[in-house]
Design a protein around this ligand. Structure first.
Ligand code: NAD
Length: 454
């Protein structure tokens, strides 16, 4: 994809997961891109062609665009303001103390940029924010910018998935533009001319709807996961099999298989904080039914972590003190090194607190995990993690764990007992190799083999 003659000068403010991916992809579309962050180490690594997090395919694209001279990094907001026709705001909006979104980074970035905006330009908000934020920011920005009303704001929420971030940025399912003036939407459409030409629908709307589309999408996905997990509880009580149930449900085209994987539930830097922030906004606006729905979704999700600890305790014979546990997977999902609100890391912390001796393996996230949970021991291979273990916990469904030879691993452990908290291992194969297998939401001796799932 290329924009050919329509290349624009764009900036990315904040080069975390979202901002660096966006900067690289915009450069790859042919635009001239200047990216900034307040983290000098991140800037230096990115400028040297190194992606400071795990994202398949991003590093080669970063290097390609650095070499082509389309992408640069700076620490100077004056340079950014001078350079850009379009400024993409990509800073974080973490969870605040009461569950609400912390907007201090977004406000901080706007406050740094706005006083330097002396000519017409469009600022494009990509961060996930509570409804009402864009309208407030527009006023704040215009009041501070020398160019005043010639500075426009578009809210363009981001839907990329970590692990598929390049593909999702270059070929988005939809491009949502919240605007107050159609002219601003036209400028942003120029930036996205190539993805639009590839068939990505551009949906222009008001600020408030655009802000809500993003959080509603995440709330819907979280609800779908918690729904299947509450059905897993029902299956456990009724002696049914949630994996077969979810598979059969997913064939209904109105439902679909995606986000219907039962197990340990969701985590990461987006879904948990976004549903809590939406619940907080709904509370402020008096929409109690939404607050109630999202709080139930969150409670069900947290309950999955408790359930795994309970299963571990009972598999270990009642207590966890001194029990050697091998954990497979630390990232909040496979194909990522992100451990923000990782269900696995939460479970590891609770196991350690209960006296278990935990040794974990993850293909990408051990460094981040140890930084967050210093008491955690990590091993470089699955067999090293499992050496002399009393219990193996499968907590993040990396594809390599599905390829484990259970017969070989059985030789390594002290007791061949596995808890599959992601319903992703081939239980029949593991049982045939002599393992006792416990799976969340499945009977202990599932008679039917699992259909490859979602
Ligand atoms: P992140 O924490 O990885 O990155 C944020 C970056 O912004 C950091 O590098 C930080 O140093 C920088 N920053 C903070 N203040 C700054 C300032 N004043 N000027 C310049 N840089 C500044 O966060 P992220 O995961 O990239 O998320 C960013 C936003 O995108 C959030 O609102 C998030 O909800 C949303 N989002 C994230 C994803 C995802 O998969 N990560 C997907 C969709 C939407």
């Amino acid at each position: 994809m290329s924009v050919n003659g329509n290349a624009l000068r764009v900036t990315a403010i904040g080069i975390g997961y979202l901002g660096l991916t966006h900067a690289v992809c915009m450069a790859d579309l042919g635009h001239q891109v200047l990216a900034i962050d307040v983290d000098q180490e991140k800037l230096a690594r990115a400028a040297a062609g190194e992606v400071p997090f795990f994202e398949p395919g991003l590093e080669p694209l970063l290097r390609k665009n650095l070499e082509a001279g389309r992408l640069r990094f700076t620490g100077s907001f004056a340079e950014v303001a001078d350079f850009g026709d379009v400024h993409f705001l990509c800073v974080g909006t973490p969870q605040g103390p009461g569950g609400e979104a912390d907007l201090s980074y977004v406000q901080g970035a706007v406050d740094m940029l706005a006083p330097l905006l002396t000519r017409p330009c469009v600022v494009v908000g990509k961060s996930t924010v509570p409804v009402g934020t864009a309208r407030q920011l527009l006023g704040r920005m215009r009041a501070a910018a020398p160019a005043g009303d010639q500075v426009d704001l578009v809210w363009n929420p981001e839907f990329l998935r970590e692990g598929f971030a390049v593909q999702d940025t270059l070929f988005p399912d939809r491009i949502v533009l919240g605007v107050t003036r159609e002219e601003a939407a036209a400028v942003v459409r120029q930036v996205y001319a190539a993805p639009e030409a590839e068939g990505g629908p551009v949906l222009v709307m008001d600020f408030e709807t655009a802000e809500l589309v993003k959080v509603a999408a995440n709330a819907f996905l979280a609800t779908k996961i918690s729904f299947v997990n509450v059905m897993a509880e029902m299956c456990e009580s009724a002696g049914a099999d949630v994996v077969l149930l979810a598979d059969a449900l997913g064939y209904d085209k109105r439902i679909g298989h995606r986000f219907l994987g039962p197990g340990l539930g969701f985590g990461g830097g987006c879904l948990p904080k976004d549903i809590r922030a939406l619940a907080a906004s709904a509370g402020t606006l008096g929409v109690r039914s939404l607050t109630g729905l999202l709080s139930t979704v969150d409670t069900i999700n947290q309950g999955r972590r408790n359930r795994v600890i309970e299963m571990a305790r009972s598999a270990a014979g009642g207590g966890l003190s001194g029990v050697r546990v091998a954990v497979l997977g630390l990232a909040f999902k496979p194909h990522s090194d992100d451990i923000r609100d990782s269900p696995s890391l939460d479970v590891c912390g609770r196991l350690i607190a209960a006296g278990a001796v935990v040794t974990a393996h993850d293909p990408a996230a051990t460094e981040n995990a140890v930084r967050k949970l210093p008491g955690l021991r990590c091993a470089a291979s699955v067999s090293a993690a499992a050496r002399d273990a009393d219990l193996v916990l499968h907590l993040t469904e990396w594809p390599e764990y599905q390829a484990i030879d259970p017969a070989a691993l059985r030789e390594t452990v002290a007791r061949p007992v596995v808890i599959d908290a992601r319903c992703a291992l081939n239980a029949v194969q593991w049982r045939d190799a002599g393992w006792t297998v416990h799976v969340l939401g499945r009977p202990s001796e599932a008679p039917f083999s699992r259909k490859a799932g979602s």
